[in-house]
Design a protein around this ligand. Structure first.
Ligand SMILES: [Zn+2]
Length: 134
């Protein structure tokens, strides 16, 4: 791990560009992930603490909506159109399902984490007094 970069003003970076590439939302150079889907504790370039990041089920939701549904439609179309034996689904439907459901998880998680940083989002909290609003 390198020493954190000195304090400086960071230009706003596109959450889509940094998130899809799995890069730090602040500097765009450090890595966001440690493995396939595990977030690092902090950026290895600028030292940004990733403790704020909580995409929860967001990546899975998008994968279900935009990956699983087309894969199921594709499988049903093959079955209804050609009525193939089961092994055909093992070489067509199953790989399509795995590709559309597993591959998008990492870029989607990166995009959501970077969007959280970009929009400074977090859990809601009660304002104690009128001056305590953000
Ligand atoms: Zn960074």
């Amino acid at each position: 791990m390198t020493a954190p970069a000195p304090q400086q003003d960071w230009p706003p970076l596109s959450p889509i560009r940094t998130g899809i590439r799995g890069r730090c939302p602040r500097c765009g150079k450090g890595r966001l992930f440690n493995g396939f889907l595990t977030l690092r504790d902090r950026c290895d370039h600028c030292g940004l603490d990733y403790g704020y990041a909580d995409p929860a089920d967001g990546p899975a939701f998008f994968v279900i909506c935009f990956g699983c549904v087309p894969a199921v439609i594709f499988t049903l179309w093959i079955q209804l159109r050609y009525d193939p034996p089961a092994w055909v689904h093992l070489v067509t439907s199953l790989p399509f399902l795995l590709l559309t459901c597993i591959l998008p998880l990492r870029p989607l998680k990166g995009w959501l984490v970077c969007s959280q940083y970009f929009f400074n989002s977090g859990e809601g909290r009660l304002a104690r007094d009128p001056e305590d609003r953000r």
